[in-house]
Write a protein that binds this ligand. Structure first.
Ligand code: GCU
Length: 602
C-alpha cells in the first residue's frame, strides 16, 4: 500500500478511536457493589432545560462553547446576559425517563440538561466517586463548572473520581443527556423498543478510603464444585497490600497479598450448597483490607454444556424462560425501582419460568439481584442489535466497553448463566470479526459463564428450517429467534416445517411469538386476536415437542406488551409491540396459560 494510503488509513483509525475516546473520557474503573458502600443518594427532583439545538453546548458556529450551560452562571444583576436559568426551570424525578414524565417530551429525542445541587462536607482522607447506574444515551457530566467526563451507552453503570472537584458546602452537578439515535451507536438508530431518554437509574456519591477495594470475584472455579476462586482488586496498583476474603458459613477466611497490579487471588477447597432455581442459596461474603471493607451475598453453582444439553450443578436443565424488556408494568416507562422489577419477575414465576432473558441490554442491578434471590437464571445481553457499524473501531470500542461494564458489575451473580453478545445481526465477515472478538474478551474476563447470541435462521429450504451461522464456533449455546406463524407464514405452517440443526451444541429458541390485543377475540385464524396468538404458542410448542426434542431452552417474545415507535397500526398497536403474553395493563392473554401449561409439563 502506498505511503499516502497508509497515512490516510492511520488518520481514519486515529479519528475513529479519538471519536470513541471523546465519549468515554474521564471514566474511572467501575466501583463494584456500590449499594453496599458508603453512599449518598443524589436521586430526587432535578431542574431540567430542554435544548434541541444544543445551545448550551455549542456556540453559533457549532463549536464547543467554554461558557456553556454547565457553568450554571447565576444572573446577579439586570446587566448579566444569560439565556438559560436552572433555578426557575421545571423539575423532573431522577432516576426516570423524560418521555413518560410529560406529554410534550414523549417523543423528544435530543439533549436535556439536568442540574442538581447538593451540600457536602468532605471527609479528610476520603475519595469521592460520582456513580450513575445508567443514563441514555450520550452523557456529559460537569461538577461545579468543571468537566468530569463523558459516557456513551444507555444501559450500564459508570463512575468518576470527583475527590478534587467536590467542595465543602453547596455543589452544582450539571449533566447533559442526549438520546438522539445514531447509525454508528450501540444500538444503532434502528431498534424495536422505546428510546427512553434520561438519567434512568440511581445517581449517588460513593465515599471510599484513599485505597479501596475496587472489585472482587468469588465464584466456583470453572468445572469444579469443590474449589472456590477468591479474587480481589485494590484501587492502588501496588504490590504487598493485604486483602481478606471471608465466607463465615463455609469457615473460609483467606488473607491475600496483592501483586504489582493491585490484584490478589487464591483457590480454596470448599463444598458450598449450590445455588439453583429450586434452592437459591446465597452466602455472606466479606472482603476487607487495611482501609476498606465491603460485603456481598454470593451464590455458587456450575453451568456447563455437554453435547446438546445444558447442565446446572451437574444436572441437565431445560431453560423455561421468557424475554423481558426493562419497562415498568402498568406505567410503561423505563423501570427505576425494585418494586417494578419484582412485578415482572413475579409474573415470570407465575408462568413457571426458571429463567428470564433480560433483553436487549443489561437491566438495572436490582433486577439481577432480585432474580437471583427468587431463583431465576438470567441471560444478560449487550445491545449489539441488528445493523451495527461493524467496521468502525470506535463502535467496537463502545460495544466492548458496554460488555466490560456489564460483566464488571454482575460477575458475582450466580444466576447469570449467559453473557449474550448480540441479537439478530446480519451475517458478514466484519460482523464475525467484531463479535468473535467480543466473545473472546468475555471468556477472558469471565470463564465461569456461557457465551451466546440470538442468531437468525438460514434455512435449507422453504420447509426445512435451519441455522447456518459462522458465529456458531464462538458461542457455547446456539440460540435462534424464529417467527414461523407471524413474520413467516401463518400458524398452519408450524404443522409442516421441519428443522435440521446440525451443531453438537445446545440449541435455545431465544424468541418466538406473535401479537394479540388483549380482549380482542375471534377465530384462531384471525390475526391480532388472543386466539391466534394462543394457537401460535400451541403449535410452536407442539413443533418443539414433536420435531425439536434437542431444544434445551426457550424464552418466547415477550412477557409484556412494550412501547416501540416501530409499531404504528392504529387501534391495534398504537405504539406498542403486542407480542406480550401479558398486556401493557397487566392483563393475561390466552397465550399466557398455554405457555404456563407447557412449562408445568417440562
Ligand atoms: C426480533 C427482535 C425483537 C423484536 C421482535 C419483534 O426478534 O429481536 O427485539 O421486538 O423481533 O419483531 O417483535
Amino acid at each position: 500500500m502506498r505511503l499516502k494510503s497508509k497515512l490516510l488509513v492511520f488518520a481514519v483509525l486515529f479519528c475513529n478511536l479519538l471519536a470513541f475516546g471523546q465519549t468515554t473520557q474521564g471514566l474511572d474503573p467501575l466501583v463494584q457493589n456500590v449499594y453496599n458502600r458508603h453512599r449518598i443518594s443524589l436521586n430526587g427532583y432535578w431542574h431540567y432545560v430542554v435544548d434541541p439545538l444544543e445551545t448550551g453546548y455549542y456556540d453559533y458556529r457549532r463549536m464547543p462553547n467554554p461558557d456553556g450551560f454547565f457553568k450554571d452562571h447565576q444572573v446577579d444583576n439586570v446587566s448579566t446576559w444569560k439565556e438559560y436559568d436552572f433555578d426557575t426551570a421545571p423539575v423532573m424525578p431522577v432516576p426516570g425517563d423524560w418521555n413518560t414524565h410529560s406529554d410534550n417530551l414523549f417523543l423528544y429525542e435530543g439533549t436535556i440538561w439536568f442540574r442538581q445541587q447538593f451540600l457536602y462536607t468532605p471527609k479528610s482522607g476520603n475519595k469521592v466517586y460520582l456513580y450513575f447506574g445508567a443514563s441514555n444515551y450520550d452523557t456529559k457530566i460537569y461538577l461545579n463548572g468543571t468537566k468530569v467526563g463523558e459516557h456513551e451507552g444507555g444501559y450500564t453503570p459508570f463512575n468518576f473520581d470527583v475527590t478534587d472537584i467536590v467542595k465543602s458546602g453547596n455543589n452544582k452537578l450539571v449533566v447533559k443527556v442526549d438520546n438522539k439515535r445514531r447509525a454508528d451507536a450501540v444500538p444503532t438508530n434502528n431498534f424495536d423498543w422505546f428510546n427512553y431518554g434520561g438519567i434512568t437509574r440511581d445517581v449517588m456519591l460513593v465515599e471510599l478510603p484513599q485505597t479501596f477495594i475496587q472489585s472482587y470475584k468469588v465464584q466456583l472455579k470453572k468445572g469444579t464444585t469443590n474449589t472456590l476462586e477468591l479474587k480481589a482488586r485494590m484501587s492502588a496498583k501496588t504490590a504487598g497490600q493485604t486483602v481478606t476474603i471471608e465466607i463465615p458459613e463455609l469457615k473460609i477466611k483467606q488473607t491475600l497479598t496483592t501483586d504489582a497490579s493491585g490484584m490478589a487471588s487464591v483457590e480454596v477447597k470448599a463444598t458450598p450448597s449450590l445455588w439453583s432455581p429450586e434452592s437459591p442459596k446465597l452466602y455472606d461474603v466479606l472482603v476487607s483490607s487495611a482501609t476498606d471493607k465491603v460485603n456481598d451475598e454470593i451464590g455458587f453453582r456450575t453451568i456447563e454444556t455437554r453435547g446438546r444439553e445444558i447442565f446446572l450443578n451437574g444436572k441437565q436443565i431445560f431453560m423455561k424462560g421468557i424475554s423481558i424488556h426493562e419497562e415498568a408494568a402498568f406505567r410503561n416507562g423505563r423501570i427505576f425501582s425494585e418494586d417494578e422489577d419484582r412485578t415482572l419477575l413475579n409474573w415470570a414465576k407465575d408462568l413457571g419460568c426458571n429463567y428470564v432473558r433480560l433483553a436487549h441490554y443489561p437491566h438495572n442491578e436490582q433486577m439481577v439481584r432480585l432474580a437471583e434471590k427468587m431463583g431465576l437464571l438470567v441471560w444478560s445481553e449487550i445491545p449489539v442489535y441488528w445493523t451495527i457499524h461493524w467496521e468502525k473501531d470506535y463502535v467496537y470500542a463502545n460495544a466492548l466497553n458496554q460488555l466490560d461494564e456489564m460483566i464488571e458489575r454482575d460477575q458475582n451473580r450466580a444466576n447469570i448463566f449467559v453473557w449474550s453478545i448480540a441479537n439478530e445481526t446480519p451475517h458478514s465477515d466484519p460482523r464475525d470479526k467484531f463479535l468473535s472478538s467480543l466473545a473472546k474478551y468475555a471468556r477472558e474476563k469471565d470463564n465461569t459463564r456461557l457465551i451466546s447470541m440470538a442468531m437468525e435462521r438460514k434455512d435449507k429450504s422453504k420447509e426445512i428450517l435451519s441455522i447456518n451461522d459462522n458465529m456458531s464456533e464462538y458461542v457455547d449455546i446456539i440460540s435462534v429467534n424464529q417467527y414461523v406463524g407471524w413474520y413467516d407464514g401463518t400458524n398452519e405452517k408450524l404443522d409442516r416445517v421441519k428443522w435440521e440443526v446440525d451443531y453438537e451444541k445446545p440449541l435455545m429458541i431465544s424468541e418466538f411469538g406473535g401479537e394479540a390485543v388483549f380482549g380482542h377475540h375471534g377465530d384462531v385464524s384471525q390475526i391480532w386476536t388472543e386466539e391466534y396468538q394462543a394457537e401460535l404458542y400451541r403449535k410452536t410448542l407442539r413443533m418443539i415437542d414433536e420435531r425439536m426434542p434437542y431444544v434445551s431452552g426457550i424464552s418466547p417474545w415477550i412477557l409484556k406488551d412494550f412501547r416501540s415507535s416501530r409499531r404504528l397500526l392504529p387501534n391495534v398497536q398504537d405504539g406498542f409491540n403486542r407480542k406480550g403474553v401479558i398486556s401493557d395493563r397487566g392483563d393475561r392473554k390466552l397465550a399466557f396459560y398455554v405457555l404456563q401449561e407447557w412449562f408445568k409439563k417440562k
